[in-house]
Design a protein around this ligand. Structure first.
Ligand code: CP
Length: 329
């Protein structure tokens, strides 16, 4: 694929990019990881505005350092300290002005748990993309986290070599707060795009969005892989090649914190532990996007154990995002 094909493109969800485009990100990311010096001045003179409505460790650091490593410049903007975050400037005006200054805009926005309306944050990212005539990169909204998904699939490619016939278990785990579904949505979509056999494991009441499930099923039909939904941890973990653990809130009760908590609290025993990992294949990998609540989502024994590749996964955020920046800006 011509690498200029992606210039100017927004990245809101991987589902809106072609498989050849996603593969070009992975290929370039691997090349950049092998030979970082080769790309040191590729984005010289280019700037990225990073707008954060929420906290972040990995996303902020990897985007900022990635821009520096490519010879470009990034500006971190805390939405709370901008007029848009105060609700006194429109998205149209903010996005249009940002696009006059920078070569790209990246945004993280997901709602406060008491003000949850699924899709509302995604609509904000799309509104930015509508008015900004530079690429808009989604750094996580309430529906998608495409950069995480690309780092995840790159990590699986590195660790497993191929995707066909590999059992990928996307497992819900307990968390004291209802977290967004952006990571499970994105993990499910990318895994089925690349032909992994997916088992989606969660207790009743934690179903993912029907539209996302339809896309995942269509991906499976197109790519000759399977998608099963399970509520049985032992069965799902058995013979798995990849365990991807993530907590998320119940979509049915979003925005109703106390009501959602009454359901979620019943599943406090949904933790990834050594006994479950023992059911997986010997060379299986344990993945988590981080941040992770140790001994609530997964035990220390798993997080620090032989299957865990969480730091490699986090490192790959840097490499895929550098590739995305180079291809789109
Ligand atoms: N995985 C991830 O996006 O991490 P941060 O919230 O720290 O950016």
């Amino acid at each position: 694929m011509d690498k200029d094909n992606l210039k100017g493109r927004d990245l809101i969800t991987t589902q809106e990019w072609g498989i050849d485009e996603l593969e070009s990100v992975l290929d370039l990311a691997l090349e950049m990881k092998r030979e970082p010096r080769k790309f040191f001045s590729e984005l010289q003179g280019k700037s990225l505005i990073m707008l954060f409505f929420n906290p972040s460790t990995r996303t902020r650091l990897s985007f900022e350092i990635g821009m520096t490593q490519l010879g470009g410049h990034s500006v971190h903007m805390d939405a709370e300290k901008a007029w848009i975050g105060k609700g006194s400037e429109s998205i149209k005006d903010t996005a249009s002005v940002m696009a006059r200054y920078a070569d790209g805009i990246s945004i993280r926005i997901f709602p406060n748990i008491t003000d949850w309306q699924y899709g509302k944050s995604n609509a904000v990212v799309r509104e930015f993309a509508k008015w900004a005539d530079v690429p808009v990169i989604n750094m996580e909204c309430d529906m998608f986290h495409p950069c995480q998904a690309l780092a995840d699939i790159l990590t699986i490619k590195e660790k497993k070599g191929s995707f066909k016939g590999k059992k990928f278990v996307l497992s819900w785990v307990y968390h004291p707060r209802p977290l967004p579904v952006s990571v499970p949505n994105s993990a499910l979509l990318i895994a089925t795009r690349f032909g992994l056999d997916v088992t989606l494991l969660h207790p009743k009441g934690f179903e993912l969005d029907e539209q996302i499930m339809r896309w995942a099923k269509n991906n499976c039909e197109a790519n000759g892989c399977t998608l099963e939904v399970s509520q049985n941890m032992e069965e799902a973990y058995s013979d798995a090649d990849i365990i991807y653990v993530k907590a998320w809130g119940s979509l049915k009760h979003y925005g109703k914190f106390e009501e959602e908590k009454k359901l979620r609290i019943n599943f406090r025993n949904w933790i990834c532990n050594e006994a479950l990992m023992d059911l997986t294949n010997k060379d299986s990998i344990f993945m988590h996007c981080l941040p992770l609540r140790r001994n609530i989502e997964a035990t220390d024994g798993v997080v620090d154990g032989q299957h865990s590749i969480i730091y490699d996964e986090a490192e790959n955020r840097l490499h895929v995002q550098k590739a995305i920046l180079l291809l789109t800006l």
